[in-house]
Design a protein around this ligand. Sequence first.
Ligand SMILES: CCCCCCCC(=O)CC(=O)SCCNC(=O)CCNC(=O)[C@H](O)C(C)(C)COP(=O)(O)OP(=O)(O)OC[C@H]1O[C@@H](n2cnc3c(N)ncnc32)[C@H](O)[C@@H]1OP(=O)(O)O
Ligand SMILES: NC(=O)C1=CN([C@@H]2O[C@H](COP(=O)(O)OP(=O)(O)OC[C@H]3O[C@@H](n4cnc5c(N)ncnc54)[C@H](O)[C@@H]3O)[C@@H](O)[C@H]2O)C=CC1
Length: 719
Amino acid sequence: MAAFARVSGSVGLITLQNPPVNALSAAVRQGIVDSVQRALREPEVKCVVICGQNGIFCGGADIREFSGPMSGPPLIPMIHSIEVAAKPVVAAIEGSALGGGLEIALGCHYRIAHSKTRLGLPEVTLGLLPAAGGSQRLPRLIGVPAALDLITTGRHVTAAEALQLGMVDQVTDRNVTDVAVKFALSVVGKPLDARRISMHSCPHSPDLDELFERTMQHVRQRARGAIAPVACVQAVRAAATLPYAQGMEKERELMATLFTSGQARALQYCFFAQRAIGRWSMPSGARWDTSKPRPVHKTAVIGLGTMGRGIAVTLAQAGFPVIAVENHEKQLMAAKQAISGMLERGAKRRGVTPVLNKITYSRDIQSVANADLVIEAVFEDMALKEKVFQQLSAICKPGALLCTNTSGLNIDHLASQVRNPELVVGMHFFAPAHVMKLLEVVYGPRSSSEALATAMAVGKKIGKVSVAVGNCQGFVGNRMLEHYVEQALFLLEEGATPELVDQALEEFGFAMGVFRMSDLSGLDIGWRVRKGKGLAVPDPTTGQTARVQQGRRYSPVADLICEQGRFGQKTGQGWYQYNTPGSRVGKPDPWVHNFLKDYRARHGLVARRIDHQEVLERCLYSMINEGFRILEDGIAAGPEDIDVIYVFGYSWPRHRGGPMFYAHMVGLPKVLERLEHYHQAHPDVPSLQPCNLLRKLVANGSPPIQKWKEVMKKINSRL
Ligand SMILES: CCCCCCCC(=O)CC(=O)SCCNC(=O)CCNC(=O)[C@H](O)C(C)(C)COP(=O)(O)OP(=O)(O)OC[C@H]1O[C@@H](n2cnc3c(N)ncnc32)[C@H](O)[C@@H]1OP(=O)(O)O
Ligand SMILES: NC(=O)C1=CN([C@@H]2O[C@H](COP(=O)(O)OP(=O)(O)OC[C@H]3O[C@@H](n4cnc5c(N)ncnc54)[C@H](O)[C@@H]3O)[C@@H](O)[C@H]2O)C=CC1
């Protein structure tokens, strides 16, 4: 809805009303159309101000409407009617003006923003483009280079930057509607043509062709197969080269393709999934809205290696005082220096003062006694972690939350080492911890809902996308990843090369294929884990690492590569070769090809031609199959949780929605059929055997992803 009122005698005030973000639903659009008509009709109204209720101008089109048939007045003529109005119209912008919200403001004759406002055209992040004239008006207002930046990235700008760019006419710290009302009265009677952006031509940019070529190349590279950023460049090009009416026609054509695309559906699903994960629940029935977090004032981190440093930085940057404990003198010195560097660089990037004094360093674990929340990040060694948890249990004040960053050890076992096991949870950060957005918050059977609520609240405060998951080997992300990596190794045995597998995955949209990624992270990490699990052990008869371990097919290829001291980028050799250790550019390595040939010959394996489709199906469907098992086991509450973990922690291309959404788009019957096919061909690979939940969903008519939880509940209640 939109409310109309006459204020200050002759100002028509139109207030958008659709909590929480005043999204432009059909009712809001109808309200605006009616209010504008009324304002123009009533002779007492001399000027108009458009604002939003509850401190926010407008969050844009109502994204929920995109999945059904559109009704109500369309945006483009509505904005046009504002622009051609004979009375001055001023946008009073507060909170956010995004997407269609900013497009309305661009249709107004003047824009006044509160200093805390953020503005942007984020449509590209939803697989769309600003198709209510935004792609045509913004370049005319702020020039082509700045508009290209904003429209192709969807970046939000502050009011100060908007003023500098010329997007708004004034910024105020006062009540923006009051300021806008006064301003509107002051411009009554002034000519309006120069204020109608669609009547301008784009400010001249030298070397326009070269600019668009360069931008298109950059955008394509960054897009990893996403189509919306490319369409955004094409739309801005139309603004720069065509009259407004023709540019609008081009905008419409491009939007028509994007609007119905699978990518737009995937990206809009991601938008809501990212918000849905905040509404967590536990198998006990405890929920986000009935569980109260404990207050956390002081925090502590134990172990300042790779992870502990990033975690300490993240906590400090969010304003938490941190006691940082490292028992190794030399490591402590190195950590202090590294952490200061990270804080200084981060502060410089954000234009703030570094919060060096938020962190207190110590070699003595006793110094965490006053912390409300402790995150342990010592070596991945159960005996050591047991000891640290026993110490924490004795030292920490009652009620302190004890968290572990373990990537693979049993959290329930760690909980059993302390007086209050209900206060133990996993906080599984991803490397580099101060950069990666994902946080898996892992609860065990004994963790209290209060402990989970506290860790989730801290996760939110430190800016992480936090997903609550149950405890199991590898939690959600790494548990699924294991199957993806395993298939990639089997494919090498069967005839693929690392570069063939990587190319298929990178064309799919991953930032890096599995082998390039392993070279970056270091092959020795996985090797150590496999040894710890009793894998990677030689067959006593042949002396070679066996291809069957623990009763199932196993590929020792990665172990053999490690035995050669090839640990990836850091050693200059891994799945690829690098000019120097530490170099980031890998080339296909003839040594690896020969090694694979010899390996196959030794094991009597005959190489066959493997195509990209098989790579994708084997790597992705086996991982998706594990995702269904995770749902079946109740480790993740819903497919959104898994998808968010993959998009934020594993560079899964967002425009494909996440592995479970991808399965929904491919069609569950097809995923099932391909898994059955591959399992028949490889009966010794259990991860290719379709799991029960997948079979049952198909038997229940393959419901859309939004209905999986409901169907799962029904299936479970029938058992
Ligand atoms: C051929 C057809 C032609 C059609 C032409 C259409 C062209 C267009 O004009 C296209 C568009 O506008 S697309 C929409 C562009 N706008 C956006 O992307 C902004 C999305 N919202 C935000 O960034 C934050 O919510 C925001 C910064 C605004 C607020 O952040 P907060 O952290 O305060 O709040 P959230 O938790 O994010 O949101 C609160 C609840 O509101 C829901 N929501 C937010 N924006 C929405 C929107 N635009 N539409 C529908 N629902 C929206 C959000 O989902 C959340 O609800 P729950 O999911 O239930 O928690
Ligand atoms: N490196 C990674 O990519 C990831 C690691 N993790 C997990 O995070 C934890 C830490 O891993 P990293 O940071 O890679 O290890 P790291 O080896 O880089 O650092 C561990 C640090 O803990 C210190 N330390 C050991 N015992 C200590 C004690 N009793 N008191 C205080 N400090 C002690 C060591 O001196 C060392 O500086 C492990 O559990 C690991 O599985 C989790 C996610 C990703």
